[in-house]
Write a protein of this length. Structure first.
Length: 126
């Protein structure tokens, strides 16, 4: 009852209410046949989009219930998403490439053959 009164007071003051949940933004979330999405009474059941709990991690899991829903959204809206910040030039990171040769050696169980490792080291030009 206390929460209801507080909610009514907030609404009367015209303050915005931030829910601690978002609805999943996946375009087909409400079509997945899982028991946790079933809502309604006998005779008028529906599959409903999942609620996603807000958390301190500000990222995709505040808006999507799964990687699948995130991927569905991204695939459907990729043109609009990339139009927000178009990439007109390639990005580059300066690196130093080194070839490290490892000799053949016996490790107690088997002989490790000689091999060459390619190390990519980021160069800080700052």
């Amino acid at each position: 009852m206390r929460k209801k009164r507080k909610l009514e007071q907030i609404l009367l003051k015209g303050e915005k209410i931030m829910s601690e949940y978002n609805w999943c933004h996946g375009p087909t979330c409400h079509k997945s046949h899982t028991q946790d999405r079933i809502r309604g009474v006998k005779g008028s059941k529906v599959l409903r989009t999942r609620k996603v709990r807000q958390n301190t991690y500000i990222g995709m899991f505040s808006y999507f219930c799964s990687n699948g829903c995130y991927n569905d959204f991204a695939n459907k809206h990729i043109q609009e998403i990339t139009a927000i910040a178009p990439r007109t030039e390639a990005l580059e990171t300066p690196v130093d490439v080194q070839q490290v040769k490892h000799p053949e050696h016996y490790n107690g169980h088997y002989t490790q053959t000689a091999w060459t490792e390619t190390k990519i080291i980021t160069v800080d030009n700052g």
